[in-house]
Design a protein around this ligand. Structure first.
Ligand SMILES: C[C@H](NC(=O)[C@@H](N)CCCCN)C(=O)O
Length: 445
């Protein structure tokens, strides 16, 4: 560490919590923009004539942008510092949101989503770096938990927009312009963070930028079997959860006859349960360890859920914030939210206990890269299956093959979780690893 840093005091709690607020707002806006596509999928199909496969590709093209960005990721943050990087990536997301909303042409909408992927994943890396820089040694896990919960609030808000902004959903475009405004919140928050960092430079010890998630290919050979099981679970888990969530609003509308408002409210219940459960599971897992066991429990819980929405009676209607929602579907989404808290809370930190600390950057970058590849393949497959089986409101059975596909992925996830659980009590093979008692490094994704 630079001697100047040592002479300066650490930032005060007020400064740190302001930083957390700004970074979390940037993530809030960013997650909103990503999830703004889900509620307009049926409008893109009915107004613009896009097929299921085409809309599936609009989801995947985000991942292609993210993969490209991750391959060069870290360099910009290292070279230009966190405040510039955060603003740059938030601005790329804003541009992506504008381009997505500006024209009905498929290629233009797709370019907007590509740009969003280019900005979004490095923004998440930059946000992680900022938190590590300001909170290292001080409530780091808690800060990450709050950050992730506020990010998920952005996702839930995109679902709620079908209610609070329902007049905008008379066409495909206006909800995407609203998403642009949320991208504006992200840019504003990045600017406020810039001012905050500038104000504190020279007054406080902000440390070095820290290790960003940079990919060094030759380090991959040092990772043991356990690491690759975690990566495999990560790929399968997010390739199931994220595409299901994006298609869910249209699915609930068509397969269960819900109005868009009710479908949006139902989809948001997964996030509501995740927002509450994430910090709680984080605390629990920090206390008891047993990450393999928790990942297995989460995967087991997920297993029947896609078939439950397909084959079980939707249930009696219950009122949730003014929307009438069938009980079975509500329970499924709340349970999926618990799974969405439990598995990530156990999975991301477990990398820090599995690989040598010096290789954590490569480990996380590789994991995110693989996640993006898997996650990019599933939506077109689901779109293809829906097209092939002519899934629609008039042919609800056409959605079943897609749901079996998700279930197959969940079974695969369970296998990897079980393998990890089996490894849990074995001694570690990788030199320089952490024991499961003191995690320093956490990563929200
Ligand atoms: C922690 C994890 N986040 C990720 O996996 C990100 N790479 C992708 C986020 C995509 C939504 N904007 C998560 O959210 O559980």
């Amino acid at each position: 560490m630079n001697p100047t840093h040592q002479a300066l005091p650490r930032p005060t709690p007020l400064h740190r919590w302001l930083v957390l607020l700004f970074v979390s707002l940037a993530m809030f806006g960013n997650y909103y923009v990503y999830d703004s596509l889900g509620p307009v999928i049926d409008l893109l199909q009915s107004d613009l004539g896009f097929s299921n496969q085409q809309t599936g590709f609009l989801i995947s093209i985000y991942n292609l942008g993210a993969i490209a960005a991750l391959l060069i990721g870290g360099i910009i943050i290292d070279r230009y510092g966190t405040k510039r990087a955060l603003l740059l990536f938030a601005s790329i997301c804003l541009l992506g949101a504008i381009i997505t909303a500006i024209s009905p042409r498929y290629e233009i909408i797709a370019s907007g989503r590509l740009l969003l992927g280019l900005g979004s994943e490095p923004l998440i890396v930059a946000a992680t770096t900022v938190l590590a820089k300001w909170f290292k040694g001080k409530e780091l896990s808690f800060a990450f938990g709050i950050n992730l919960s506020l990010s998920r609030l952005g996702s839930a808000s995109a679902d709620w927009s079908t209610n609070f902004a329902s007049p905008l959903y008379s066409n495909w475009q206006d909800p995407l312009w609203l998403a642009t405004a949320f991208a504006g919140i992200s840019v504003t928050a990045a600017m406020l963070y810039w001012l905050q960092e500038k104000r504190c430079e020279g007054r406080f010890d902000l440390g070095a930028t820290g290790q960003t998630d940079k990919l060094k290919f030759k380090e991959l050979f040092f990772f043991g079997q356990r690491y690759w099981f975690i990566v495999a679970l990560c790929v399968v888990f997010y390739s199931t959860i994220f595409p299901f969530r994006t298609f869910a609003i249209m699915y609930f509308q068509e397969a269960h006859g819900l109005a868009r408002e009710a479908a949006g409210m139902l989809n948001s219940m997964m996030m509501v349960s995740a927002i509450i459960a994430t910090p709680l599971f984080g605390l629990l897992i920090d206390k008891v360890g047993r990450r393999g066991l928790f990942m297995t429990v989460g995967c087991l819980m997920m297993l029947p859920l896609f078939l439950a929405v397909t084959y079980l009676p939707a249930g009696a209607p219950v009122m949730v914030f003014g929307s009438s929602i069938p009980l079975t579907l509500l329970l499924v989404m709340l349970l999926l939210g618990c799974v969405f808290s439990l598995v990530p809370a156990a999975m991301w930190p477990s990398v820090a206990y599995t690989v040598d600390q010096r290789r954590l950057g490569t480990a996380y970058a590789t994991m995110t890269l693989c996640q993006q590849i898997g996650w990019s393949i599933v939506p077109p497959v689901i779109g293809y299956l829906n097209d092939l089986n002519q899934a629609s409101a008039d042919n609800v059975a056409g959605y079943a093959p897609g749901m079996w596909f998700y279930t197959g992925l969940a079974v695969t996830g369970l296998v990897f979780a079980l393998l990890l659980w089996r490894h849990e009590n074995k001694p570690m093979a990788t030199p320089g690893h952490h024991q499961e008692t003191a995690a320093e490094h956490q990563h929200p994704g």
